[in-house]
Write a protein that binds this ligand. Structure first.
Ligand code: MG
Length: 388
C-alpha cells in the first residue's frame, strides 16, 4: 500500500462554456529523435513552432485550463493534435455536456464510452478538474497527495550529427541544473554517443530512449544494445516497437540494463500486463498518455505496490502542461527524476511563470494546476466554443 488516501471528491462546478483554443508557439529548441525522420518527409518537418490545443472550461465558480499533449503528426502515438480536436468536438465534449459536466470523478464513466484517444480525454478531464480545484482553492498537487513543493528535473537530449554537439547540449542541460540526462538514440547512434556522454559527464544518472527504433531480429542492433550494458544506464527506454511486449521481455532477460516502456503504457491494465510479462522494469508515466491525472495517481499507487520504479515523462508541454506534470512528479513514489527540463522549451512560453532556479521546478501550491495562459500569448489564438 502507498499510504496515500483515496482521491477526495470535490464539489461540482456549474460549467457554462467549454472552448477549444489553438495557439502557435515558438520552440526554443528542436529535438531530434529516432522518429524525426517520419516528420521530415512532410512540408512541416522543420518543427520550429508547435500548434498547441488548449481546453478552457468556464464555470460559474472558476475557470479551468488544460493543454493537450499531442504532436502535430501521429508519429509518437496514433493521436495527434487535429485528431484530438476532432474527438473532443464530436465525442468527448458532447458526452461531458450530457453527463455530470462539472465533476471530474463522476464524469469519468461517461467518457469511458470513447475508446482510446486518452490524451484528448486527459485534457478535458484536467480542464474540469482545474476549475473544481480553483473553486475549492486547492492545488492539484495537494489533492493528488504530493509531498514536496519542488522537484529537480532531468533533461532530454536530442540526437546530434556530432558527438561534440551532443556533449555541448549535455553541458548546457547540466549547467541549467538538470540532475539526469536522457539521450535520444537510434540504431548506429546509440553506443558511441552514450559512451562519450558517460566519459564526459562522469557519474551523472543517464537514460536512453530509442522510441521503438531497434529490431530484435537484427544482429547489429542487438550487438549495440548489449554494448549499452557497459554504460551504466538507469534504464533503456522503448528499444523495440510499442506493440512488441514479448520482444521487450526477451530483451529484458538478455540485457543487464533495466527496460523502461513509454509508448505502449496507455492504462493501468497495459502496465500490469507489461510488468507481468517481464517486459517492463521501469515505468515512464505520462498523465496525458494514460487518460488523465486521476488515472496517473492510480498508476503511481500500483507501481509502488508492484515495486516498479516510476518517473514522469514529458511531451513538448508549455508551462501550462509542465505545471500539471509537476504535481504528479511530486508524488512520494516518484523515485526517478521527471522530464521537467530546466531549460526553456518555448520562447516566449504560454505561461508567465518561470521554470524555477538551478533545476528545481516549483510545484504550484495555488488553486488547480497553478498555471494559466498569459493573455498576451492568446491574442492570435483561434477560439471555438463547443456548445451543449
Ligand atoms: Mg519516450
Amino acid at each position: 500500500m502507498t499510504g496515500l488516501p483515496a482521491l477526495e471528491p470535490l464539489p461540482p462546478v456549474s460549467v457554462e462554456s467549454i472552448e477549444l483554443v489553438r495557439v502557435s508557439l515558438p520552440l526554443a529548441r528542436r529535438m531530434r529523435t529516432a522518429r524525426s525522420g517520419h516528420e521530415a518527409v512532410l512540408p512541416t518537418g522543420a518543427k520550429s513552432r508547435r500548434s498547441v490545443l488548449l481546453v478552457h472550461v468556464r464555470a460559474a465558480e472558476a475557470e479551468g485550463w488544460a493543454e493537450c499533449a499531442t504532436e502535430s503528426s501521429p508519429t509518437y502515438s496514433s493521436e495527434y493534435t487535429d485528431s484530438a480536436q476532432a474527438v473532443l468536438v464530436d465525442h468527448l465534449i458532447p458526452r461531458a455536456w450530457a453527463g455530470p459536466t462539472g465533476d471530474v470523478l463522476a464524469l469519468a464513466p461517461h467518457l469511458d464510452a470513447v475508446r482510446g484517444h486518452r490524451t484528448a480525454r486527459a485534457c478535458l478531464e484536467l480542464a474540469v478538474l482545474d476549475a473544481q480545484l480553483r473553486a475549492s482553492d486547492r492545488s492539484l498537487a495537494a489533492w493528488l497527495g504530493a509531498t514536496s513543493n519542488s522537484v529537480i528535473g532531468g533533461a532530454a537530449l536530442g540526437m546530434h550529427d556530432t558527438v561534440e554537439d551532443l556533449l555541448a547540449e549535455a553541458d548546457a542541460a547540466l549547467g541549467a541544473g538538470a540532475v539526469r540526462l536522457r539521450a535520444k538514440i537510434t540504431p548506429g547512434r546509440a553506443a558511441g554517443p552514450l559512451e562519450a556522454l558517460r566519459t564526459h559527464c562522469g557519474g551523472i544518472a543517464l537514460q536512453a530512449d530509442a522510441n521503438g527504433s531497434f529490431d530484435l531480429h537484427d544482429p547489429m542492433h542487438i550487438r549495440e544494445l548489449h554494448q549499452l550494458d557497459g554504460v551504466g544506464l538507469t534504464c533503456l527506454e522503448q528499444p523495440l516497437a510499442p506493440e512488441d511486449l514479448l520482444g521487450h521481455a526477451e530483451l529484458a532477460r538478455r540485457l543487464a540494463t533495466p527496460i523502461c516502456l513509454d509508448e505502449p503504457l496507455t492504462s493501468l491494465g497495459s502496465i500490469e500486463a507489461a510488468v507481468a510479462l517481464g517486459a517492463c522494469e521501469v515505468v515512464c508515466l505520462k498523465p496525458a498518455r494514460v487518460g488523465g491525472w486521476v488515472a496517473a495517481r492510480r498508476i503511481h499507487d500500483r507501481c509502488l505496490e508492484l515495486g516498479i520504479p516510476v518517473w514522469v515523462g514529458g511531451m513538448l508541454e508549455t508551462g501550462l502542461g509542465r505545471a500539471a506534470n509537476a504535481a504528479v512528479a511530486a508524488l512520494p513514489g516518484m523515485v526517478l527524476p521527471p522530464d521537467l527540463d530546466p531549460r526553456p522549451r518555448y520562447e516566449p512560453d504560454l505561461t508567465r511563470d518561470g521554470l524555477g532556479v538551478g533545476g528545481a521546478v516549483r510545484v504550484p501550491d495555488d488553486g488547480g494546476t497553478g498555471a494559466v495562459p498569459d493573455p498576451a500569448m492568446l491574442v492570435d489564438a483561434r477560439v471555438s466554443e463547443v456548445p451543449p
